[in-house]
Structure formats: structure tokens, C-alpha cells
Design a protein around this ligand. Structure first.
Ligand code: ADP
Length: 557
């Protein structure tokens, strides 16, 4: 600003000075030229009088002054007398002489070789036909200009200083009110009138920006609300890997909060694989990786975002795939367990069959061997049935038919079926139940009651007791199977619901157990949206409590 004003003032001053210099020189020059012409005329008239009075001797009285030179020329142009030089050549070709002869008087001027001086001639025809000429030397305009150059330069120097001071003062006067403008409230400013259109414009732009900001904030909060309700973790990055947006799930996953916004992704995760995947996605467009974070498995889906062929960022989506992973793991373990569990009875069957085939079994022992083969085959059938039920439960998506089931009646039927086994051990079964009905899957409810009762008898002591209590408390149905059996150690209590888990393998096998009964119970209870509690003490007994909602099958699944 300062510089600009200074330049403008200086340019104006310089231009004005140059124009003034030329104008003044021109005016002065012409004024003095006129004055000189007049004085030359007067001086020539005086010289004419003196010449007419004194004749040629008048020239002797004149001093040889170049600035005042008098020449007397005859009518043919020959110089009769000259106040400065003798023996001058013929002057008949000089303009002033020719004009004097023809018109009575004549003016002419001639420049010196350096052009810094010029000689002015005035000639007048005398009454005797001769011509008297006066010549004077005069400085030219160029010379005059050179002469004025010095004061002009001094003046210019002063102008520069003045221009600088003025420019600084003007800039301050202009800029100060501008700096003090209240741009937050442009219309409240009391300043130059010329600024009004600008302030009005700023005010209207302020309003526009406010509106747009409000709209943006609204959209941003809508976007945050939507993304915060996502179960998947979502992170948006810009092209420099800086976090633009992060939803609640992602904050939880990376144990951070929204303060990480505008920071590099590395701020929330230093994981090498994840950062490499991000790098890869930025280069190739897309990358997927699976990662385990604090015991859970996540699939990270990273996609680059391009806009008009420019990379403008990336979106990271993380899906919780723990359940899928666990299911995969369970399936793997299950397949391995099934093969193993089926192999054992099969080997027993093959072994016994081979012995009989080779005649290595005495006739009286054949029955025992065949009995063993039947027992092992029965175990296999039991196991296969349990596996089929479990896989049905695994694959079911709520498509078991539901009905109103009288649980008390169902428990009675189970007791009836298991009566034989119970009698063998002299185990007493007591059913304490009013009539309780539930909306559920009859077959699954049967599995629950049957397996719990079966275990309560199998793992009971001789002359033991099993109490079955079925009750309804508000909206919940409670089935309690209480035995006086061998009990389950604390460390085994959580594991007995795992597939093929048996506390005492030999005991379980001896009783025809498959290790799948409680897994089926767990699945069936979960299918009904219920839960299981277990209280057990070694050598004292076990109480397994199943709680299911009275009116539904799928809630809580
Ligand atoms: P199994 O076919 O072997 O009985 P389950 O899945 O029904 O398989 O039971 C798993 C294991 O839990 C059993 O092998 C047994 O060791 C233990 N168990 C289950 N119920 C009882 C109970 N009422 N008392 C003692 N142990 C039990």
C-alpha cells in the first residue's frame, strides 16, 4: 500500500515537473526572444543614427564584442565595416541581407555547431542602399534546459522525500480504519462512504457463509448420527491419511475418541499390517485384511476414494467376524472330534468282528462279543443322532414349528422313558410341577428335559434322587433338575456345554454318553431365548436351572 501510494505520487510529481519544466522553458524562451528582437531593433536604429552622423569612424569607437556585433554591408553584399572581424566574405547570400534589400529589414538566426548557442541577425536597409546589420548571441532552449536541470533535480529530490512522507501518511490514514473494521458485524462500522458497498457485500457473504455452515453442520451431525449407529467401524481419511471422520464403533475398536480427528491414522493404530494395507489400498484402490484385536476378529475393508482422477482419501470399514471365525473353528474342531469319536466304537466293532470271523472266540463267548458289537453300534447311532440334532440346530434359522407345549406332561413322558435306567440304579425321580405351558418347539423342549434327566440319573449314585421342578415366575418358565450325584468340579462347570466334553470319559462311555447331550441342551435353550444356570458340588450333587421366556422361541437368539 505504502509503496503503491509512493509510486503514484512520485509518478505524478515527476510528470508535472517535466511538463512544467518544458512549458516554463518554452514560455521564457519565447518571451526573452521577443524582448531581444525588440531591443535589437532599437539598438540598430541608434547605430543607424550614429553611423549616419559619424560615418565609418563610428565603427572605430565600438569594442570587439561577440555579443554585440555590428556589420555594415554595401548593396552588393560586400562588408564595408564589421565591429569584430576584418576581411569578411560577401554577405549577399545571407537571409537577413536579402530580406533587408528586398523588404527593408530582415531577421534570421543560425545555430552554433554545438547547438548550445544561436546567433540572431537583424538587418535594415539604409537610405543610401547599404545595409546595417546587428548580430547577437543567444543561448538555445537546450542550453536553457541544461541550465534548469540542477534546480529541477534538487526539486525532484525534495519531491521524492515529500512523496515518501505523504505516501506513508496517506497509507496510514487509509489502512488504519480498514484494520479497525469489525468484519464480524460489517454494518456496525462507521467508516468512509466508499467502503459501504464492500461492507454490504461482506455482510451478505457473512449471511451466506452462516447459512452454508449451518447446513454443513446439520449434514455433518446427520452423517455422524447415521455412522454412529452403525455396528461396523467406519473411518474416513483424507489423501494424507488424516482422519476426517470416525464413528463410535471405530473409536471403541481403536480405544480412542473424536480428538483423533485431523490426526494421522497412525495416531490411532500403529499396527504394521493395517498401515501396510492402507498404503496398498491408496496405491491399488482396494485392500482387505483380517486382524485379531483383543480376542475379537475383524475384517478390514479399505477402499480408496477418487474424485475426478485425483485421490481424495480412503474409507476404512471394519466388520466384526469373531462369530464367523469361532463358528469356523468350532466346525473344524467338531469335524475332527466327530471323526475321532466315531473311529473308537468302529474300531471296537471291527476288532470284535475279526475275532469272531477268525474263530478266535469261544462259542460261549460269542454272545458277549456280539453284545459288545451291538453296544458300540448303538453308541454310534446315538452319536450320529446327536450330531444330526446339533447340526439341525446349527443350521436352523427359526424354522422349527412352534406350538403350545405342556411342559409338565412332557417331563412326565421323559421320566416314563428313563424309568428303566433309573430303576437299575435305584434312583428315585420326583416331579414337582403344576401345569405349566410354554410356546416353543416340542422336540427341543423334549431334548432339554430328556438330556438333563438322563444326566441326572447317569451321574447319580446308587439309591440317589432326582427332583424335577417346573415353575412359572411372571414371564419366565423355570425348569430345575436337581440330583444327588457325583457333582461337577468348578473348573469343569463351564466346559460341560462344549461339544464332546466329558469330565470322566470312561464313566460317560460306560453309560453310553456321547459328550453332546449338554451341547444340544444349550442350543435348544438358546433357540428359545433362554439361559442356563448351574450349581454343583463334588460328591453332593448338581442342580441345573433352565430359564426360558414363556411366550416365545426366538427372542434372545
Ligand atoms: P454325555 O453324553 O457324556 O453325558 P453331556 O454333554 O450330556 O455328555 O455331558 C457332558 C459331561 O458333563 C458328562 O460327560 C459329565 O461328565 C458331565 N455331567 C453332565 N451332567 C452331569 C450331572 N448331572 N452330574 C455330574 N456330571 C454331569
Amino acid at each position: 500500500m505504502n509503496k503503491k501510494i509512493f509510486k503514484t505520487i512520485l509518478t505524478s510529481v515527476t510528470l508535472v515537473m517535466i511538463v512544467s519544466l518544458f512549458c516554463a522553458t518554452g514560455v521564457l524562451y519565447f518571451y526573452f526572444d521577443n524582448l531581444q528582437n525588440r531591443s535589437m531593433k532599437e539598438e540598430l536604429s541608434l547605430a543607424q543614427i550614429a553611423l549616419e552622423n559619424e560615418g565609418k569612424t563610428y565603427f572605430d569607437s565600438l569594442s570587439a564584442d561577440e555579443n554585440y556585433r555590428l556589420t555594415w554591408i554595401d548593396s552588393s553584399g560586400n562588408v564595408i565595416c564589421d565591429s569584430v572581424e576584418k576581411d569578411l566574405d560577401n554577405h549577399s547570400d545571407r537571409q537577413e541581407f536579402k530580406d533587408a534589400i528586398n523588404k527593408g529589414e530582415g531577421f534570421s538566426s543560425r545555430y552554433s555547431q554545438t547547438l548550445t548557442e544561436k546567433s540572431i541577425y537583424y538587418a535594415k536597409k539604409l537610405s543610401d542602399g547599404t545595409v546595417l546589420r546587428i548580430a547577437k548571441r543567444q543561448k538555445t532552449v537546450t542550453n536553457l534546459l541544461f541550465g534548469l536541470a540542477e534546480p529541477a533535480l534538487i526539486l525532484f529530490g525534495l519531491s521524492v522525500i515529500l512523496a515518501y512522507v505523504l505516501a506513508k501518511k496517506s497509507a496510514k490514514q487509509i489502512v488504519e480504519p480498514l484494520n479497525n473494521l469489525n468484519l464480524d458485524n460489517p454494518l456496525s462500522n462507521d467508516t468512509y462512504e466508499e467502503l459501504s458497498p464492500l461492507l454490504l457485500r461482506i455482510n451478505s457473504q457473512h449471511q451466506q457463509i452462516d447459512q452454508q455452515l449451518n447446513l454443513l453442520e446439520k449434514k455433518n451431525s446427520q452423517f455422524n448420527q447415521i455412522t454412529d449407529n452403525l455396528q461396523e467401524s467406519l473411518i474416513l481419511l483424507d489423501s494424507n491419511n488424516q482422519i476426517i471422520n470416525i464413528n463410535k464403533a471405530a473409536c471403541k475398536l481403536f480405544d480412542t475418541d473424536r480428538n483423533c480427528l485431523n490426526k494421522d491414522f497412525i495416531y490411532i493404530s500403529r499396527d504394521y499390517n493395517l498401515n501396510s494395507a492402507l498404503q496398498k489400498a491408496m496405491e491399488k484402490g482396494h485392500c482387505e485384511i483380517e486382524k485379531e484385536i483383543e480376542g475379537s476378529f475383524y475384517q478390514f475393508d479399505i477402499s480408496r476414494i477418487d474424485y475426478e482422477k485425483e485421490v481424495c482419501g480412503a474409507v476404512i470399514l471394519a466388520f466384526d467376524i469373531t462369530q464367523r471365525k469361532q463358528a469356523e473353528q468350532i466346525r473344524k474342531e467338531f469335524s475332527a472330534n466327530v471323526s475321532h469319536e466315531l473311529k473308537t466304537p468302529l474300531q471296537g466293532i471291527i476288532g470284535s468282528a475279526e475275532l469272531i470271523e477268525n474263530g478266535m472266540v469261544k462259542q460261549q463267548d460269542v454272545g458277549r462279543f456280539v453284545g459288545h458289537i451291538r453296544q458300540e453300534a448303538q453308541r454310534m447311532v446315538n452319536m450320529i443322532n446327536d450330531i444330526i440334532r446339533l447340526s439341525q440346530l446349527d443350521e436352523q434359522n427359526g424354522s422349527f414349528p412352534t406350538e403350545k407345549v405342556d411342559l409338565t406332561a412332557l417331563a412326565g413322558q421323559c421320566i416314563e422313558q428313563l424309568k428303566g435306567i433309573a430303576q437299575k440304579k435305584n434312583v428315585e425321580i420326583v416331579l414337582q410341577a403344576k401345569q405349566v405351558a410354554v410356546t416353543g418347539v416340542r422336540q427341543l423342549l423334549w431334548e432339554i428335559l430328556y438330556n438333563l434327566l438322563d444326566n441326572a440319573i447317569k451321574y447319580n449314585k446308587e439309591n440317589g434322587k432326582v427332583t424335577v421342578v417346573i415353575n412359572q415366575e411372571q414371564d419366565e418358565i423355570i425348569i430345575e433338575v436337581d440330583d444327588t450325584g457325583i457333582g461337577i468340579a468348578k473348573e469343569d462347570q463351564e466346559r460341560i456345554f462344549e461339544r464332546f466334553y466329558r469330565v470322566d470319559k470312561s464313566h460317560s462311555k460306560a453309560t453310553g454318553g456321547t459328550g453332546l447331550g449338554l451341547s444340544i441342551v444349550k442350543h435348544a435353550v438358546m433357540y428359545h431365548g433362554g439361559r442356563i444356570d448351574i450349581v454343583s458340588e463334588l460328591n453332593k450333587g448338581t442342580k441345573i436351572k433352565v430359564i426360558i421366556p414363556a411366550n416365545g422361541t426366538q427372542e434372545g437368539k
